[in-house]
Design a protein around this ligand. Structure first.
Ligand SMILES: [Fe+2]
Ligand SMILES: [Fe+2]
Length: 196
């Protein structure tokens, strides 16, 4: 079965921000958003996209100066073919990957819309904060703690406006409250971020 072959091919990517845990959450959340929106989606496309969309951020796929989406798009077709994914549906997987980032404009397919929103929501709330803190000092987005806290603050403000579905915007409200609590606590403990 193609999913077993896909996992065998990928191994267990344990990256704290872009590993298999993230893939699983994005897949489950994308399905949930689709159900709440009454959208009919192809779960296999979402599953494949969830496991391939961030490969370009990980070794051996990542490349300095190239957006990880681009690298994921370059790697995905051969992997899909290798594991025997239905070629007739591969284009939708690539569509989900192409439009997944919060700064990308997803195409107007149900899969692309819920996938974009699920990936964006994983940068919000407790889980989003946890992921960002896990990569402090390890990623160009998060060189140190102060800039990471500022990124949390920016994501809190900017990400809800990038969401395509009402269901995702509803979840974003709760996740924003979680981020508020985190930011308030950090600010209070650090004299307004002075002692970070
Ligand atoms: Fe990504
Ligand atoms: Fe992602």
């Amino acid at each position: 079965m193609w999913k077993d072959d896909l996992h065998a091919f990928l191994g267990e990517f344990q990256h704290p921000a872009w590993g298999t845990g993230h893939s699983r959450r994005v897949y489950e959340l994308a399905l949930r958003l689709a159900a709440q929106e009454g959208m009919s989606v192809d779960p296999d496309c979402l599953y494949a996209a969830a496991h391939l969309h961030d490969l370009g951020a990980l070794e051996p796929y990542r490349e300095e100066g190239v957006d990880h989406t681009e690298r994921s798009l370059q790697a995905a077709p051969a992997i899909l073919a290798e594991v025997g994914f239905d070629p007739a549906r591969a284009e939708r997987v690539l569509g989900c990957i192409r439009g997944h980032m919060f700064y990308a404009e997803p195409e107007n397919w149900p899969e692309d819309l819920v996938f974009h929103d699920a990936d964006t929501l994983d940068f919000m709330g407790d889980i989003g904060v946890a992921r960002l803190l896990a990569i402090v000092g390890k990623d160009e987005w998060t060189p140190d703690l102060r800039s990471t806290i500022e990124l949390v603050r920016r994501f809190r403000l900017q990400l809800p406006d990038t969401l395509a579905t009402g269901a995702a915007r509803f979840i974003a409200k709760a996740r924003r409250t979680e981020m508020d609590a985190f930011l308030e606590g950090v600010s209070e403990a650090s004299d307004g971020l002075r002692f970070l």
